[in-house]
Each structure stands twice: as C-alpha cells, then as structure tokens.
Design a protein around this ligand. Structure first.
Ligand SMILES: [Zn+2]
Length: 283
C-alpha cells in the first residue's frame, strides 16, 4: 500500500518526463483515453440499468465517478484509470531500469532476455472477467517455476491480452518477464517443456534477447488500451471493473526481488539470503 501512495501522491509520475513510454502514451493522449473511458462506463451503466441489472449499473456508476474525480493531488489510484495506470507504469519502469543496471554488473557474461509465457488455461470469455485472479495466477507461476528449478532473479508483470482467434474473442492472461541467461535457446527449450501449446500455431513461450531496456514500458502496460478502445469498446467496461479490483502492484511478478517505497520513488532490491541460510552455508 505504501508503494501505491508514493506514486499517487507525487504528480511527477502524471506529467511528462523520463521514463518515456513512447508516443502513444503522452499526457494528452492519456487524458483523451481517460475521457473516452468515462463515456464508455457511463453508457455501460445505462445499458445495465435498462436490463434491470441494478448491481452492475451501480458498479459502473461508481467506477465512472471514481475516474471522474481523479485530479492532481487527488488521484483515484485505480488500475482502471488511464492516468493512474500510466503513472504506475512509469514508476515501475524507473525502478526496473535502476535495478537492471545494477544487477547487470555481476551478469556481464549473460543475456538479459524478454520472455513471454502464455498459459493456455488462463483464458476468459466476456462475462467471465470477474474470474480473473491476478494474485492467484502469480502464485501459480511462482510455484511452477520453483518446481522446475528456476532459481533466478525475475522481473515480470501480468498482462491481459485481448485475443480474437479461433472465431472467439477472449481475454488471455499471460506474463512478460525479464531475466538473465547464458543460453537463451536452452532457456526457451526448458520453458517449452513446462508450458505446452494447445494448438499447432500457438506460441506459449517466446524468448528474445534484449538490446536495451526499451521493452520495460511494454512489459508493464497490463492492457493495450489504445487497441482496446479501437477494437473492443464493448468489453472495455467489464475489463475496467476487473482492473479496478486489482492493486496496481499486484500485477508485478517478482522473484528474488523486493519492492519498497522511498520518498523519491520505488526501489527494487535483491532479497538477501536469510541468516539461517548463511549459517548453514558457512558450516
Ligand atoms: Zn486516476
């Protein structure tokens, strides 16, 4: 919660400046998307009311009011708010840039790779978005990786992709992860054994060598809002309800790293070995 307040109470994350997320995420465009989303929520509320779904109509009205009230020094802090989501994304990117530069020093012979993992069972049709459980998904991935002997620093994030495939439209929960490896090919092969594909054309695992840290903005985007506004307006209201229920930092997938809040921003630190481990190692 402290990390949340650090970002929410510092207007620098809401203005322009580094870290840059690229042209589509300027302050101006973000404000336009914020306004568009409020309209979408307003319409969804009316639609639900006409269908006599008072509970849903109320949920849309409340979220609309929350986003509407988001202003400088009184930020709503919702993961569904385009303005706040951009601020959280930038704060995460900055913390990751710093820790990556630091950790890279002792990993000079390794590649920093950008890994995408798409678990085939984590798909959600419209009307089912409330079943998405980001914390549970992150615990699942942690368990799976630990069970298969992955014991390295990982910085990642859950990403919710809108897929239009197999004549169906659905939300696909997946992960974008950054990690180091000496051998990207064998890392990919190891992961492919764990995360199997359901269809021939699927790519449940993708490993790419990075040239710089420019991918961090993309890694922490959570949803592709510009694309959703163009192609999935009808489902954006329901998706926004889901996002609003998830704390912005719960999307992070961190292994062997700890996030803490400082007055200037967020800090990621490597988790030190516990005293007990040290003693056992020493003996
Ligand atoms: Zn906000």
């Amino acid at each position: 919660m402290k990390a949340h307040q650090t970002v929410n109470s510092n207007e620098r994350w809401f203005r322009k400046g580094p870290p840059y997320l690229g042209k589509p995420f300027t302050v101006k465009k973000t404000a336009q998307r914020h306004a568009a989303l409020i309209k979408i929520l307003s319409r969804a509320g009316k639609r639900a009311a006409r269908a006599d779904n008072d509970e849903l109509a109320d949920a849309y009205r409340r979220l609309k009011a929350k986003l509407n009230a988001c202003r400088p020094n009184q930020r709503c802090g919702s993961s569904a708010c385009p303005k706040c989501a951009r601020a959280f994304q930038r704060a995460k990117v900055e913390a990751e840039q710093i820790v990556i530069a630091d950790l890279a020093k002792s990993r000079a012979n390794k590649h920093l790779v950008f890994v995408t993992i798409i678990p085939r069972h984590m798909t959600y049709l419209p009307g089912q978005f409330d079943q998405v459980n980001v914390l549970k998904a992150n615990r699942w991935l942690k368990d799976v990786l630990a069970r298969h002997g992955f014991d390295r620093v990982i910085l990642g994030s859950v990403d919710l992709g809108w897929e239009r495939r197999r004549s169906k439209k659905y939300l696909q929960l997946h992960w974008h992860l950054a990690m180091w490896t000496t051998n990207p090919k064998s890392l990919e092969a190891r992961l492919k054994v764990i995360f199997l594909r359901a269809q021939k054309y699927e790519r449940p695992v993708d490993v790419r060598i990075t040239r710089n840290v420019g991918f961090l903005g993309y890694k922490n985007k959570i949803v592709k809002l510009p694309e959703l506004l163009r192609h999935a307006r009808r489902h954006l209201a329901e998706l926004s309800l889901l996002l609003d229920h998830v704390e912005p930092f719960d999307f992070l997938f961190l292994r062997k790293l700890r996030l803490s809040a400082q007055s200037q921003g967020l800090v990621l630190r490597k988790i030190k070995k516990s005293k007990r481990t040290k003693i056992r190692r020493a003996s």
